[in-house]
Each structure stands twice: as C-alpha cells, then as structure tokens.
Write a protein that binds this ligand. Structure first.
Ligand SMILES: *Cc1c(COP(=O)(O)O)cnc(C)c1O
Length: 239
C-alpha cells in the first residue's frame, strides 16, 4: 500500500467510526446515511485511491477542476455530485459528468440544466440548495435560495425534462441567525425537507454536514454528509 492510500484508508476508517457513533446516538440505522467524499483541490489519483477503498460518491465544486478529473476517472464506479455555485455557462460541461447537482438555487439555472440534460440524453438528480442566511428573495453568501423560495425552485425542477427532484441541501451559514448553530440550522433544513416532501414525496434526500459538523447533521436527520478535509486533509488554500 502506498503511504497516501494508507492515509486515506485510516481517515475513512475514522470517518466511518464517527458516522456509526452519530447514527447510534441518534437512534438511526447506519444505512440511512450516505457518505460523499468532497475531492475538490485533490488530484484524480486520490479519487482513484478512494474508489479502490470503496468510496462510491464524490463531490466537486468547480467545473474547471472537476471536468478533467471526472474524465480521467470515467471508468471508476463513482457517482459524481456537483456542490458548488453554478453559472449557467458551465452547465453544459457539468451535465457531462455530474450525476447529481446539489446546488440548484434558481429557476434560470433549472432551465439551463434541463436543456443541457435533454441535449445530453441524461437524467440529472437535483437538490435545492437552501440558504439559511438569506432573507426572502435574496441569495445566500455561498449560494442557495432563501427558505421561502424553495417551493418555486423545486416545482420548476419537478416539471423540467431531464431533471429529477431528489431533495434539499444546505451549507451551515457563517452569518445570520444560524451562525455557529449547526444543530439548529440542520433541524431547520429537515423542516424544510418535510414541507417539500408534502408535495414531492420522492424528494427525500437531505444533504447536510461537513467534516466539522457531520454529527449535528446526522442527529438532525441528514441522509447524506459531504466530507472533504476529514478524509483528504486540510486543503492547501481556500478557494
Ligand atoms: C468543501 C465542501 C464540503 C466539504 O467540506 P470539509 O469541511 O472539507 O469537509 C462540503 N460541502 C460543500 C458544498 C463544499 O464546498
């Protein structure tokens, strides 16, 4: 085993222990929580090692980095999630490799994704990204739609050809009433999720929690956690 492979294996084991413990604490079954490893800033070689270690879901947040990496890793049995703020001019590229887009936050983006998915002959799973730091009608600092804007974006996804409405996603806000209150933020996301499921019962994915706050997310009821640093190490620079 290479050093890097051994390091990733150890980190994945530790992560597994944390998620199992969080599930047990919350009285949830381990299978209810899926791990997505966020590979942004790390090379395709790491993605390959992760796939060899049993990882099946990876996420990226910048198309410029993700597109070549996904192309290098095309033969691996991986589901690719796009989790970054997405400009409509990147949509065509993203739809080429992403199975899921977790950062759907406006109707204009829904239209672009739908057109690109139809053109590519693909079905893309979509999560509505909720900005818990945004006021009504505003966007969040890190993308996302304010809670009261979720139904309009969700309905647009559900009605769009080539797209599948799978649920909601959030990033714990750094500002606003939920700053530093991850548990409360994720509980709010779960409320939003149950509101959504009242009209879209199949949209039951809840993507929340990262390296530092995944226990809070599991406790609140997240179905997917997105973990970068805890598996791959501290990223060289904030991007
Ligand atoms: C980078 C990133 C993560 C992972 O964050 P870590 O703190 O490295 O675990 C999760 N979600 C999104 C949207 C990200 O951009």
């Amino acid at each position: 085993m290479t050093d890097r492979r051994a390091e990733l294996a150890t980190n994945l084991e530790r992560l597994e222990e944390r998620i199992s413990a969080a599930c047990e604490d919350a009285g949830r079954k381990r299978e209810e929580v899926t791990t997505i490893v966020v590979t942004k800033t790390y090379p395709a070689d790491d993605v390959r090692l992760l796939a060899g270690l049993g990882v099946r879901h990876v996420a990226e947040n910048r198309d410029q980095d993700a597109a070549p990496k996904a192309a290098e890793c095309a033969e691996l049995p991986l589901t690719w999630h796009f989790v970054g703020q997405l400009q409509t001019n990147k949509v065509r590229s993203v739809v080429g490799y992403a199975d899921m887009v977790q950062s759907v936050d406006r109707v204009k983006l829904v239209r672009a994704l739908s057109a690109a998915a139809v053109r590519a002959g693909r079905e893309i799973g979509c999560l509505v990204q909720v900005a818990l730091d945004a006021e009504s009608g505003q966007a969040g600092a890190r993308g996302g739609v304010a809670p009261d804007g979720v139904p309009a974006v969700a309905d647009a996804v559900a009605a769009a050809d080539g797209l599948r409405l799978d649920g909601v996603m959030t990033v714990a806000p750094l500002a606003g009433p939920y700053a530093g209150r991850q548990r409360a933020a994720f509980e709010r996301l779960l409320e939003i999720s149950s509101g959504l499921r009242a009209s879209h019962p199949a949209a039951n994915m809840v993507s929340a929690g990262m390296s530092t706050d995944l226990e809070d997310a599991v406790r609140a009821g997240a179905t997917h956690v997105r973990v970068g640093t805890a598996v791959l190490g501290v990223r060289p620079a904030l991007r």
